[in-house]
Design a protein around this ligand. Structure first.
Ligand code: FE2
Ligand code: FE2
Length: 185
């Protein structure tokens, strides 16, 4: 999968979680925990693979990328504020601010950073970058309950190879998942 599609798919997952957070009735900790894990995994994969690749293809994008990194940190701060406000009257507004910050960042990414990336990067390179993004993102999610959604056997095999899991060639998808989770514990 190319990097632009992989990133945009994950943005849509985040939007579904925001919709769930808005209507949460009762303890919001579970949905916030999933949002946090997926947000951090997404940001780290962008910062380690996607953003540097764009700057390499077009140094003129450096400022835009820098701004994107700042917005990742801002989103993390606002999420921490929302977590700290659980159970208080400030919680609803803190959530709104957090969602607003991420939505703004996603919009900028999808109208500026990702179109530039698609334009500047040869198709084969964009696919490679998509694989690197997914691999990094999933390695962050390994060992969490959010790991197995949308994960293919190939993804798991690559994780197992990187972790040096013995006998991985003979494992089925469940066995690969368990082996990777054991390694990441
Ligand atoms: Fe993103
Ligand atoms: Fe981002």
């Amino acid at each position: 999968m190319d990097a632009v599609t992989a990133i945009m798919n994950d943005h849509r997952v985040m939007e579904r979680l925001f919709a769930a957070l808005r209507v949460v009735d009762g303890d919001p900790r579970e949905v916030l925990a999933e949002i946090k894990a997926r947000l951090l995994a997404h940001s780290v994969a962008e910062e380690e693979h996607v953003y540097p690749a764009l700057v390499k293809e077009d140094p003129g994008e450096a400022e835009q990328v820098h701004h994107g990194v700042d917005e990742h940190r801002e989103a993390e701060e606002k999420l921490a504020a929302a977590e700290a406000a659980i159970g208080t009257p400030a919680f609803a507004d803190a959530c709104k601010e957090f969602i607003h910050a991420v939505t703004h960042h996603v919009e900028e990414e999808e109208t500026e950073i990702l179109p530039a990336l698609r334009e500047e990067t040869p198709a084969a390179k964009l696919d490679e970058l998509g694989a690197a993004f997914e691999e990094r993102r999933l390695s962050e999610l390994a060992g969490t309950p959010y790991f197995d959604q949308n994960v293919t056997k190939d993804d798991l095999y690559n994780q197992a190879r990187k972790a040096g899991v013995a006998g991985r060639s003979d494992m089925n998808k469940d066995e690969l998942r368990q082996a990777v989770e054991r390694q990441n514990r």
